[in-house]
Design a protein around this ligand. Structure first.
Ligand code: G6P
Length: 608
């Protein structure tokens, strides 16, 4: 994964490189580094851990070069040590890389045989040595890169810096995103437009297989066949301001609290509030009546949004839906039918597996809809129809507001499908849209239970494992609750369909095991209560998330009952997500973890 940046500047660039890397930390944060051309020398500064360590290194040992590259890393090959941190360099070339070079072992063996000596355990370093080997054979930098790229298998975005070439930088992309930023007598490369926003809003996205030769005044793009390629230059619209935490202790807390507003904004984009009708922002290029099956694909939290949506499409539109995590769909050769619909869901729009699943579906001749939060992302650009979520920038690694906004979009789409297929009448549509319109207010009411959850987190933080149970649409929410807790508090957690409890996880239950039961008073409530009885009979500590009716009907003693506002039962996950997120957040705060940048994770996963 990782974030990369390159600057051909008019003055010293080290500070700008770091500023840009701060905006790329969502792509990884286990080490960072920069390289600049200092006169005729390549110089590097690298540091383990967060960017502040690199900043400290640079303030003790500054760089003044006007041409430089930078990198923030999420380790794939080799531990997050300084020697594995990018840039990697040989005598004449320094590079930064995002992605994985799959054939690095054979390339490394070949290069070592020819005398190259490696200083890191990374896959990346082979690229530097490969280019160096061509330079030593008298190739120009451009020809050396051109000769090297076809030898690389895997996914990459690369930026190259060459000793003795102060007005040159080369970039290449295959699989991982890379953008050119056009400045005034300056040029930039970056993993995304956000990284370059402090310097320029004029952006050209490289397409897959492209590589570019940049000077301060011009960028010449070549496609994978070596032909000059013309790619559109756009105004990015990415804000040059770093999003701040406002008065919140963490971005995650801020983002949880923003949900009333951003879910409301997303809703406003998809419904006509006055008429209580669905009003999608774009006309879909297909009729739901012609779709035999929907295939939903995503990763992580986004996949749980898809899982909830499966229930909605089945129930409201009577459509068969398959939901897959993207890393499975792409390789299991799923028999998708031409003309059917594939929906991919992604906050970042850059997740490598999700992108691959989208391409797989396109290649099979399916219509493709992407539900994305970053409208300029690769997934957005490559899908037939983009349905944006309006969550705004999400910085906390654990997704919160993007999830509820994804649910809102999927709910609107499921209603639209039901209507078009004649499963829902005008009255039904108005009823369901009316229920969606209530959601932002209900989220605000759910946020009011935060003090109770804060207290409860003190108990949860003492546990070594937590079980989450739910039925129907509360089942994927149980999965999401468990994911949220484990990713930021590092407490082991499992989500289960409540009915599956007796088929295994019940063996884990004892007095030390908190069991979070997500059970709005809906048509499966009674069944879930029976499962709760089974937990209670074995001494488990139940935390019940329900509404006032559920709280009075549940006949089981619980450690805590979190009472959420009454609401119609179809769209409860958008509201019950709030206590689930708050519980994970406050537990992590009690545990003292790095809530916004938990260990080993990254916000955007651009490797498979
Ligand atoms: C990472 C993040 C998760 C996110 C998942 C999918 O694992 O840590 O929070 O849900 O990627 O990301 P996407 O950007 O495709 O929604």
């Amino acid at each position: 994964m990782c974030g990369i940046v390159g600057i051909l500047g008019r003055g010293p660039v080290a500070e700008q490189l770091v500023e840009s890397l701060k905006r790329l930390e969502y792509r990884g944060y286990d080490s960072a580094g920069v390289a600049t051309l200092e006169g005729d020398h390549l110089e590097r500064r690298r540091a383990e851990g967060k960017l502040k360590n690199l900043e400290a290194r640079l303030s003790g040992d500054p760089l003044s070069g006007h041409t430089g590259i930078g990198h923030t890393r999420w380790a794939t090959h080799g531990k997050p040590t300084e020697s594995n941190a990018h840039p990697h360099a040989t005598d004449n070339v320094a590079i930064v890389h995002n992605g994985i070079i799959e054939n690095f072992r054979e390339l490394r063996a070949e290069l070592e045989q020819n005398g190259a000596s490696f200083a890191s355990e990374t896959d990346t370093e082979v690229v530097a040595h490969l280019v160096e080997s061509h330079l030593k054979n008298g190739y120009s930098p451009q020809d050396a890169v051109k000769a090297s790229l076809p030898r690389l298998r895997g996914a990459f975005a690369l930026a190259f810096l060459f000793k003795g070439h102060n007005d040159l930088m080369i970039g290449a992309r295959k699989g991982s995103p890379l953008a050119i930023g056009h400045g005034d007598g300056e040029m930039y490369l970056g993993s995304d437009a956000i990284a370059l926003a402090p310097f320029t809003d004029t952006i050209t996205y490289l397409e897959d297989g492209d590589w570019v030769v940049l000077t301060r005044t011009i960028g010449v793009i070549y496609d994978s066949n070596g032909a000059v390629a013309h790619r559109e230059t756009l105004k990015s619209g990415a804000s040059s301001f770093l999003v701040d935490r406002a008065n919140y202790r963490h971005f995650m807390a801020k983002e949880i609290h923003e949900q009333t507003e951003v879910v409301g904004q997303t809703l406003a984009r998809y419904v006509d509030m006055t008429a209580k009708r669905i009003a999608l922002p774009f006309e879909l290029p297909f009729d739901f009546n012609d779709i035999g099956r929907i295939s939903i694909t995503a990763c992580g939290t986004a996949s749980y949004a898809g899982h909830v949506a499966k229930y909605w499409f089945e129930r409201l539109a009577r459509m068969p839906v398959e939901i897959d995590v993207a890393s499975e769909l792409r390789y299991r050769e799923a028999p998708l039918r031409k003309g059917d619909l594939a929906i991919v869901i992604s906050q970042s729009g850059e997740t490598a597996d999700t992108l691959a699943a989208l391409r797989y579906a396109k290649a099979q001749g399916l219509h493709t809809v992407s539900v994305v939060n970053v409208p300029t992302s690769t997934i957005a650009r490559e899908s037939e129809t983009v349905l944006p979520t309006l969550a705004g920038p999400e910085i906390g690694v654990a997704s919160t507001k993007a999830f509820t906004c994804q649910l809102m979009v999927m709910a609107a789409l499921a209603i639209a499908a039901g209507k078009e297929r004649g499963e829902l009448s005008d009255i039904d549509e108005m009823k369901f849209v009316g229920e969606l319109i209530e959601v932002p207010r209900l989220i605000a009411a759910a946020l009011a239970i935060e003090p109770q959850i804060e207290k409860l987190a003190l108990d949860i933080a003492k546990s070594s494992a937590v079980l989450y149970l739910g039925r129907g649409t509360s089942f994927p929410l149980a999965l999401e609750g468990a994911l949220k807790l484990k990713e930021i508090s590092y407490i082991h957690a499992e989500g289960y369909a409540a009915g599956e409890l007796k088929h295994g996880p019940i063996a884990l239950i004892d007095e030390s095991m908190p069991v979070v039961v997500i059970a709005p008073y809906d048509r499966v409530f009674e069944k879930t209560v029976s499962n709760m009885q089974e937990v209670a009979a074995r001494g488990g500590n139940i935390i019940l998330m329900t509404d006032a009716t559920g709280a009075s009907e549940a006949t089981v003693d619980s450690l805590a009952t979190i009472v959420l506002p009454d609401m119609a039962s179809t769209f409860t996950p958008m509201v019950y997500a709030i206590p689930v997120q708050l519980l994970a957040y406050h537990t992590a705060v009690v545990m003292g973890t790095d809530v916004d940048q938990p260990r080993n994770l990254a916000k955007s996963v651009t490797v498979e």
